[in-house]
Ligand binder design. Structure first.
Ligand code: ATP
Ligand code: MG
Length: 342
């Protein structure tokens, strides 16, 4: 992995308007699905995005892939600011950025054979290459994703493949144009446990062989720790902790990350100590607080946490956390500033 940055996200925010209320009196309420996030993905790196349902993982990936327009912020990829590109420039960049979704059933056209599915991106972007050459490229790709011999698979329809094989075809479609960057949005969560490891290993091998850079989305810390060089932990649209995988697993600092890690490390400990780790409660992203997004469920709640938003602060090296209780220096400084301001 190099130190070169492949993707940089600056102050990325997405608000949705939700209609609430009765039949006649509908109120519009803003929901911050992604709320002012900053991160960098290095060339050749797999960055994990983890967090519970609704925390904004998919919304982040869809904005980076230009499938969804941001409310504000910037996305830099290979020196270009993607939010400012016109449609023609965006189409060109799409060739270099691909996404793999959770459910290959949804994304593969049931009426198309594997050959046609993989032919589509080639026809869209490589019009100068002959049909025969494209078929050869497809066969090589199909063998690359371990469906061998290719001739046995390319004439099948998606329903004639197993779930794992379908996801392999979806992966082949994403990488056939040799993109520089791939986002994988929970690529194994719909699959049987028995085939998950095969798909994860395939992605790791492809990363090695093709030098792919990846954003890997999951709600499962064990999967993230297997796959990722660094992990960003999201909670209610915010990154609450980010760092190298080993740091996150062995030295989790944010109370939410601590709860996630304890579930994976020792389920019995988590069950016995549940109240000390996380307070019960449904996440409701329409309930925005002016303080820490985790304050409603944090077991160490402090008065300041309800009113002042913590910021990501460096702990060491590449390890950052956004928590008043951990950022003691920051905490002290802000308190002094508050006193001085009076
Ligand atoms: N099109 C939309 N309109 C309104 N709200 C939306 C829309 N898409 C997402 N949201 C809201 O934005 C928030 C983040 O959603 P998102 O799908 O990014 O979460 P996620 O982390 O991917 O969750 P999951 O693990 O369930 O896939 C949620 O509160 C969701 O309800
Ligand atoms: Mg999602």
């Amino acid at each position: 992995m190099s130190n070169e940055t492949m993707v940089e996200i600056k102050h990325l925010t997405k608000e949705f308007e939700e209609k609430k209320g009765g039949l006649f009196k509908k109120k519009r309420q803003k929901v911050y699905a992604v709320n002012d996030i900053n991160l960098k993905i290095k060339k050749g790196e797999i960055l994990g995005i983890i967090g519970e349902s609704g925390c904004g993982k998919t919304t982040t990936a869809r904005m980076v892939m230009r499938l969804l327009r941001e409310s504000s912020g910037e996305i830099w990829f290979k020196g270009k600011e993607l939010c400012r590109l016109n449609d023609r420039e965006t189409k060109k960049i799409r060739k270099e950025m691909q996404i793999i979704f959770q459910d290959p059933y949804d994304t593969l056209n049931p009426g198309m054979r594997v050959l046609d599915i993989l032919m589509e991106p080639l026809n869209a972007h490589l019009s100068h290459i002959s049909f025969k050459e494209k078929v050869n490229m497809i066969k090589d790709m199909v063998e690359e994703i371990d469906l061998k011999p290719a001739d046995q698979y390319i004439y099948r329809y998606p329903h004639q493949l197993s779930g794992g094989q379908r996801q392999r075809v979806a992966i082949a479609r994403a990488i056939i144009l040799k993109p520089a960057f791939v986002a994988a949005d929970e690529p194994t969560s719909m699959l049987d446990v028995s085939v998950r490891a095969g798909i994860l290993n395939l992605l790791l091998n492809l990363r090695k062989r093709m030098g792919l850079t990846m954003m890997f989305i999951t709600h499962d810390l064990a999967t993230a720790s297997y796959m990722c060089d660094r992990i960003a932990v999201m909670y209610q649209g915010k990154i609450v902790e980010i760092g190298q995988t080993q740091k996150i697993i062995h030295n989790p600092t944010h109370p939410y990350t601590k709860a996630l890690v304890s579930v994976v490390k020792d389920l019995n400990y988590f069950i016995e100590n549940r109240e000390k780790l996380i307070r019960d409660g449904e996440v409701d992203s329409s309930q925005q607080t002016s303080g820490c997004p985790f304050s409603m469920r944090c077991p160490h709640e402090h008065e300041r946490c309800n009113h002042v938003q913590p910021v990501l602060t460096k702990l060491s090296g590449e390890h950052f956390v956004s928590c008043h209780l951990e950022n003691k220096e920051n905490f002290k400084r802000q308190e002094e500033e508050a006193v001085n301001a009076i």
